[in-house]
Ligand binder design. Structure first.
Ligand code: ADP
Ligand code: MG
Length: 727
């Protein structure tokens, strides 16, 4: 075949060993083209250069063994169980291969009696020597031996109906005939700087490794490439945002006191003069002074730093696209308030979006307290409002009578418009998914600056993939005087003493949260669990105390009443589902009791614990749970050991893998074909730096040596963006 026809887009059925017979099975495994096959990485490798003699196999090891299949038996056991047992023999001894309740292996093996079989699995102690339960195995046909032997053999991930041999043959053929058609997307200067091998060499080593070291070197490069393509796409998007024209807030003019206002020549009537002067004074007040007057506390150094970062973005003529990361309780709301104040002073409106009505209402109440004395008007927009209420609020944002709007999704729904929207703040972002600027524009909200706030502690590696197109500000300091929350893991048997301890704290004037067991994902089931817990506490444990109930199934009005009553200290205990997980702020609440804590994820527990420890009192978090699995025990241990959200996030990533992390679940899995976010975190960082440098040098990848990379990025960008941005 002339090389010109050998494109990587050729269908797999033309590869050796596939044909029409296995084409469908290949496609089902995602292997449609030769390119797919080349990038289909082995799951593991079998080193058949050194297959140990059977007699040397010890229990507790993953081993590859080879021998003649000398015996097969299928034995029905009690209760309908079937055990299939095959015996492999070599010159040194025998080992059994065992399957429970998978009778079809018997049919397969019957055909192979007397033939050579290679098997892989965990060796376990058995009555006579060792056995391997549910091994992977391969029957060596006559033609196969020479090819498959004395090599490091790739073992590919499979789907039903696709034999290992087929994929192996296809990959060999793809390497043999198509490697020339592979174009390296990485320019040579990057390969040189990063000391990486070229792509053809790497693909060969991946599918036909000469040694483990070379194979790992090849993998390293493919990981880098995968990260780089993503990071370049993100860097390009960031550059595009930076090139757009947005709002320019003249904030530096507000920082210094302007020249004193000269008295006007023509004196207006005295009363009007007074208000005018006062208005001018207010206009003239330096921004930091005004903030000082507005907030009941001194900002931390970290808060001031990120405020300045945000202001600098707002002042630039390009739209802001910034992620503000700060652990629970680090004071993100105050930072948002300062950004919004600056916008108002520059004559623009701001919108603050929260993920739940409870949180929107809390923000509304808090912001009113600080902003109303300054004459700044705030509208509230939440889904549960009556049409009339909504209309009224929308009219105020449309006319500009309201300087700020606080709300849920309702804020960007049809019928809501703004007179002059300049800034959008999105709180507790993980509940929204990444909100695209495009979505705001589509909704007719112009091209405002966007500040996304998140407390979900996300490991840096994930931040770089999920939010790699946002600029990042981090609050890395807690407000002063916070005492660490004392965290205890208790068994269900110790519940009585927990209840006693909580009673003592309540008697000394504190309040407590009780979070009900995470019985299921269903809101209905959760609501029921919360009601049961409330019932039990009211009837049996604290009949004399004031206990409220909060869950997602309650009508909005009742939720609001419960929250308000708790805030006003008309309740001692609030029994809740995880609806209080996010953002709720009641300083006098100093105890958090989580029932069945072993069922919660780490980041959830961290969020829940973040509800306490907000006031001057020593706070406690009691995790009641029966940790039956190692993972559950590990989670509880981590919670007891540390309060550092980022440490917890790293552990969470390690224990659960990135796809499972709270909040990323709905944004699609962060799935890489080759890379592993936990293992390859450092490489991601390197790739990000290289991508930034590359886009700085050649923003549109116009140079000839960057064409191949540009093509790769363009091809993959839609799917990459789908991974990193779902709203
Ligand atoms: P989060 O970052 O979790 O959203 P909040 O903005 O709700 O945190 O702030 C948590 C609590 O800390 C609030 O009660 C807030 O008033 C208070 N707070 C914020 N900044 C400071 C500060 N610099 N000094 C003292 N208290 C602060
Ligand atoms: Mg908050």
């Amino acid at each position: 075949m002339p090389t010109a026809y050998r494109t990587l887009d050729s269908e797999t059925q033309f590869l050796k060993g596939v044909g029409p017979r296995f084409a469908a099975a290949m496609a089902k495994a995602g292997l449609r083209t030769v390119r797919d096959v080349l990038y289909h990485l082995p799951r593991r490798y079998e080193d058949r250069r050194h297959i140990p003699p059977i007699a040397s196999v010890r229990p507790g090891q993953f081993v590859t063994v080879k021998g003649e299949l000398t015996a097969i038996e299928g034995r029905p056991m009690r209760r309908g169980m079937v055990i299939v047992r095959g015996t492999l023999s070599d010159a040194t001894g025998n080992i059994d291969l065992v399957w429970f309740n998978q009778p079809w292996h018997r049919r397969q093996l019957e055909k192979a009696r007397g033939q050579t079989v290679i098997a892989y699995g965990m060796a376990k102690e058995a009555r006579w020597g060792c056995e391997i339960a549910s091994p992977e195995y391969e029957i060596l046909g006559d033609g196969d031996d020479a090819e498959a032997f004395a090599r490091i053999v790739p073992v590919y991930p499979l789907t039903d109906g696709l034999p290992q041999v087929t994929v192996r043959k296809a990959a060999r053929d793809a390497i043999a005939r198509y490697l020339d058609a592979v174009q390296d997307p990485l320019p040579s200067w990057i390969l040189r700087e990063q000391m990486l091998r070229d792509l053809r060499w790497c693909l060969r080593q991946i599918h036909q490794p000469e040694s483990d070291d070379l194979r790992l070197e090849a993998r390293r490069r493919l990981v880098f490439e995968e990260f780089l393509v993503l990071q370049v796409a993100l860097a390009m998007r960031r550059a595009e945002t930076h090139a757009e024209i947005g709002t320019c807030f003249p904030i530096s003019r507000l920082l210094a006191a302007p020249a004193p206002v000269k008295a006007k020549q023509k004196a207006p009537p005295p009363s009007a003069l007074f208000t005018e002067i006062e208005a001018e004074l207010r206009e003239a007040e330096p921004l930091w002074d005004q903030i000082h007057r507005m907030l009941p506390f001194e900002l931390t150094g970290a808060q001031r730093r990120v405020i300045e970062e945000i202001w600098a973005d707002m002042e630039s003529p390009h739209p802001m696209n910034r992620l503000l990361q700060g652990d629970v309780g680090s004071g993100k709301t105050a930072v948002a308030a300062c950004a919004m104040l600056a916008a108002v002073r520059c004559g623009y409106q701001s919108a603050l979006m929260a993920p739940t009505e409870i949180l929107a209402e809390q923000h509304h109440a808090n912001l009113r307290e600080i902003f109303e004395p300054l004459g700044i008007e705030i509208a509230l927009l939440v889904g549960k409002q009556t049409p009339t209420q909504k209309k009224k609020a929308a009219a105020r944002t449309a006319s500009g009578a309201a300087h700020l709007a606080v709300g849920t999704h309702a804020l960007i729904q049809e019928g809501v418009s703004f007179a002059k929207l300049g800034l959008v703040v999105i709180d507790e972002q993980h509940r929204f998914g990444v909100l695209q600027r495009a979505a705001l524009r589509e909704k007719g909200l112009g091209n405002p600056d966007v500040l996304v706030m998140t407390a979900t502690p996300i490991p840096r590696t994930l931040t770089m993939t999920l939010y790699g197109d946002l600029d990042l500000s981090v609050i890395d300091e807690m407000p002063p005087g916070r005492m660490p929350v004392r965290t205890h893991a208790k068994t269900p048997g110790e519940r009585e003493s927990v209840y006693k301890g909580v009673r003592k704290l309540i008697e000394s004037g504190r309040q407590a949260y009780f979070v009900c067991p995470m019985v299921s994902e269903s809101e209905k089931m959760l609501a029921q669990a919360a009601e049961e817990l409330a019932y039990r506490l009211r009837q049996e444990v604290y009949p004399d105390l004031r206990i409220g109930l909060l869950h997602g199934q309650l009508p909005s009005k009742q939720k609001e009443e419960a929250m308000d009553a708790f805030r006003r200290h008309e309740l001692d205990i609030l029994v809740s589902t995880t609806v209080i997980e996010v953002g709720v702020d009641v300083a006098n609440a100093s105890v958090m009791v989580v029932e069945d804590a072993n069922r919660f994820g780490l980041s959830q527990l961290h969020q829940l614990r973040g509800r306490v420890g907000r006031g001057a009192h020593q706070s406690f978090c009691i995790l009641i749970g029966d940790a039956r699995t190692d993972d559950a025990q590990a989670r509880l241990d981590i919670m007891v050991q540390t309060q550092d959200g980022f440490k917890i996030a790293e552990e969470d990533l390690r224990l659960r893998g990135p796809g499972e992390l709270a909040g990323t679940r709905q944004s699609g899995n962060v799935e890489f074909k080759i890379a592993d976010l936990v293992q390859d975190g450092k490489m991601l960082e390197v790739a990000r730096q290289v991508a930034i440098e590359l886009i700085r040098r050649d923003p549109h990848l116009a140079a000839r040596e960057h064409q191949a990379l540009r093509q790769r990025v363009t091809e993959e960008r839609p799917s990459l963006m789908a991974v990193v941005s779902v709203s």
